[in-house]
Design a protein around this ligand. Structure first.
Ligand code: MIG
Length: 693
């Protein structure tokens, strides 16, 4: 039963939202705006902050610094440290050492220190509550009580950085102020909120048609199918393999008729091959990163030997970005940018050194020490940190070593695509998401959370990153549902869907060679299919809350403590999140669990749902509860006296029947629904706000 089903839409109630451009040059003491900028040495511009802020000469508060790039803060026992965006471990980052160094690590786990993105914003809550952003493009360490339990030591590789200190009324206010200075978050087209099927291994047009057909035949909605590197001709960007995809334009059109968008991948490295225009133009125009001798730097990735576009040069960005037109002309309106840390499998000179050393080691009788030297050298070829000292960017005529600006590379690749596409198809939004990022990249696209595994722990890991990513402006995000590497199982997929169906980016993706995990590969397609339909019922809510977060610089996903600051128990909850203003999610992420313990910081309505039209609700009081949930049963919570819009599921987001939207939740509650046309490049131009009651 839908509570409040006689809902009426007090419609055509538009409101103009005005964005006040504030000047941010006030001081920490007592004024409404509390952002201070401290400059150390000669920082390289990162473009993370877009608001003009006058640096202060006052000493840096809270931290002590050694003048050498190290900043120290004493943690009190009750302090919580939030932030760092895409990182491993918990919502509270205390107790580990993290390293901001964008890195391709598909094998990450608790012991890892670096992932695909670097987001150097932290929020300390406790004895003192404030935010700090360490704007630095190179390698940076965050030792948050790792070396010494109650000491936070933050260290930039060089003392050339800008530090922003942000104080405010509370955690949400601090985040809002930070978000204001880094610029508005990217808003994707509405169709990007649908379900997407992906796999590295769809090799032909027929593979794509089969995926579409399987979902269609089962009546399970689908909005996108992803094209991984196999659609290209020998992994060359902006080419299409003519034997395996003889008519991509025709395929895209057929798919679109079924409501499905094709989303091809673009890799950072450009294949070295005579006659390949992208390579030849890049060489001719000096658009590639250089080696120390001034030649074009060579690395090896999927296409074999490649050059890396120098995305830090505006002209190179413009040139590369315009190449996306090759695909948009075929009817493509979404992309994912990969390998842009950039990932490097090996460099030629290191490979040569390694081979020579191996010859030496194997010339005599190889002992155990030699054996380990040998295996270590081979394993150390991929992503070797030393290789990032071997190439250079041209920044305003200066040759800058890559390692000093490493974390900006992926962001500028996405910027290149975003800015060019604004020219190529100015009327409409294009879907973009990137693997690698830095603060500021949130203005140009979303990110996916990189290569994960079909591990139960990676459900939790993804969830714990969401609030930290939101703090840094990344709203359009999600993980490879079902897990990318390793073999998934049906129960893992079901539980994973029950989590991911709440994330803005909702894509099932897996690696070549792993067990196939399209939902029709499992016996219980009926149950997984129902989860997809529930997602489509939730699209109005998710899209509306996304728009609010993007337009108001707020967080869509929040730790419980952000809304219940006085609640000591809420501060410790690491596996539940508030979603928008109305929901709390508490996914199950243990195999064979038939339920879980949930902490309710206030009275809430528990919803158990096996399908969009088969569910039960129950009011639970504030406190701890064991909530049973069968494998095919989604559970979530509606906050006290709130309700959410809930639609009839559609085949695709384009077919969402907004008139079927009803309120689900507490009787008498109303909901403020944000909608727009879902596609115009300026979302505000068609924004509608209506109150549902
Ligand atoms: O080295 O394109 O993260 O999503 O399927 C692996 C193949 C390269 C890494 C991406 C993943 C993608 C894969 N890519």
């Amino acid at each position: 039963r839908l509570v409040g089903s006689e809902m009426c839409i007090r419609d055509r109630f538009y409101r103009i939202i005005s964005y006040r451009k504030k000047k941010c040059n006030a001081t920490l003491k007592g004024s409404a705006i509390m952002i201070q900028k401290y400059v150390f040495g000669n920082p390289i511009a990162t473009n993370a902050v877009v608001t003009e802020i006058k640096p202060t000469q006052e000493p840096l508060p809270f931290f002590t610094t050694d003048g050498n790039g190290t900043f120290t803060y004493s943690l009190s026992e009750e302090d919580i440290v939030y932030g760092l965006g895409e990182q491993i471990r918990g919502i509270n980052k205390r107790g580990w050492q993290y390293v901001s160094w964008n890195y391709d690590n598909p094998n990450h786990h608790e012991d890892t220190r670096s992932l695909y993105g670097s987001h150097n914003f932290i929020l300390i809550r406790g004895t003192k509550t404030f935010g700090a952003f360490f704007d630095y493009a190179g390698k940076m360490e965050f030792d948050i009580g790792y070396t010494k339990r109650n000491l936070m030591q933050i260290k930039a590789a060089k003392n050339d950085l800008t530090v922003y200190i942000i104080t405010g009324e509370n955690e949400k206010d601090i985040v809002k102020q930070f978000r204001k200075i880094i610029g508005k978050s990217y808003i994707p087209p509405l169709w990007a909120f649908g379900y997407g099927q992906s796999r590295w291994g769809y090799k032909t047009e027929q593979d794509i048609r089969d995926v579409a057909k399987q979902y269609k035949d089962a009546g399970v909605p689908l909005d996108s199918i992803y094209l991984d590197i196999d659609y290209m001709e020998r992994y060359k960007d902006f080419t299409v393999d003519e034997t395996r995809f003889p008519d991509l334009k025709g395929l895209a059109a057929d798919m679109r008729e079924q409501g499905i968008h094709l989303v091809p991948i673009i890799d950072a490295g450009v294949k070295i091959e005579d006659g390949y225009p992208v390579y030849e133009e890049g060489v001719q125009k000096n658009y590639f990163c250089k080696n120390a001798e001034g030649g074009d730097f060579v690395g090896a990735v999927w296409p074999g030997r490649v050059h890396f576009p120098d995305f830090l040069q505006p002209e190179a960005r413009d040139w590369f970005g315009k190449k996306y037109a090759v695909l948009t002309e075929m009817g493509i309106d979404g992309f994912w940018n990969d390998m842009n840390e950039p990932a490097i499998f090996y460099t030629e000179d290191r490979l040569e050194d390694t081979c020579n050393k191996i010859k030496e080691l194997t010339s005599g009788n190889m002992g155990i020490d030699e054996y380990f030297t040998f295996t270590g050298m081979v394993a150390g070829l991929n992503g070797n940190i030393g290789d990032y000292d071997k190439f250079y960017h041209n920044i305003d005529g200066q040759m800058v070593k890559h390692s000093e600006v490493h974390n900006l590379y992926g962001m500028n690749m996405t910027r290149s695509a975003f800015e060019a596409l604004q020219e190529i198809r100015p009327e409409q939004r294009t879907l973009f998401f990137s693997r690698s990022s830095y603060v500021g990249a949130h203005r140009y696209g979303g990110i996916w959370q990189g290569d994960n595994k079909s591990w139960w722990s990676h459900i939790l890991q993804s969830m714990q990153q969401l609030p930290a990513l939101n703090m840094a402006g990344f709203l359009f995000t999600g993980c490879d549902t079902g897990g990318f590497g390793c073999d998934t199982t049906e129960d893992l997929m079901l539980r994973w869907l029950q989590y991911s169906l709440f994330t803005p980016l909702f894509r099932n993706h897996s690696a070549d060679g792993t067990r196939q995990q399209e939902l029709y590969q499992f016996d219980n397609f009926a149950a997984t299919g129902e989860m997809i339909k529930i997602r489509y019922s939730l699209v109005p809510y998710l899209y509306s809350e996304f728009l609010k977060a993007a337009l108001q610089d707020s967080m869509m996903f929040r730790p419980l403590a952000f809304d219940f600051p006085e609640d000591k128990m809420a501060q410790q909850v690491e596996d539940q999140l508030l979603l928008g203003n109305e929901l709390m999610i508490a996914p199950i992420y243990h195999q064979n669990a038939q339920g879980r313990y949930v902490y309710l910081p206030e009275e809430m309505m528990l919803v158990r749902m096996k399908s969009h039209d088969h569910y039960e609700t129950e009011i639970l009081p504030q406190g701890h509860h064991y909530v049973a949930a069968a494998l095919d049963e989604l559970v979530f919570f509606i906050r006290n006296q709130k309700a959410i819009p809930f639609a009839a599921p559609a085949e695709s987001t384009a077919k969402t029947d907004w008139n079927s939207v009803q309120l689900l939740g507490y009787a008498g509650a109303s909901y403020e629904l944000y909608t727009d046309d879902g596609i115009s490049s300026n979302p505000e131009s068609t924004l509608k706000i209506s109150t549902l009651s």
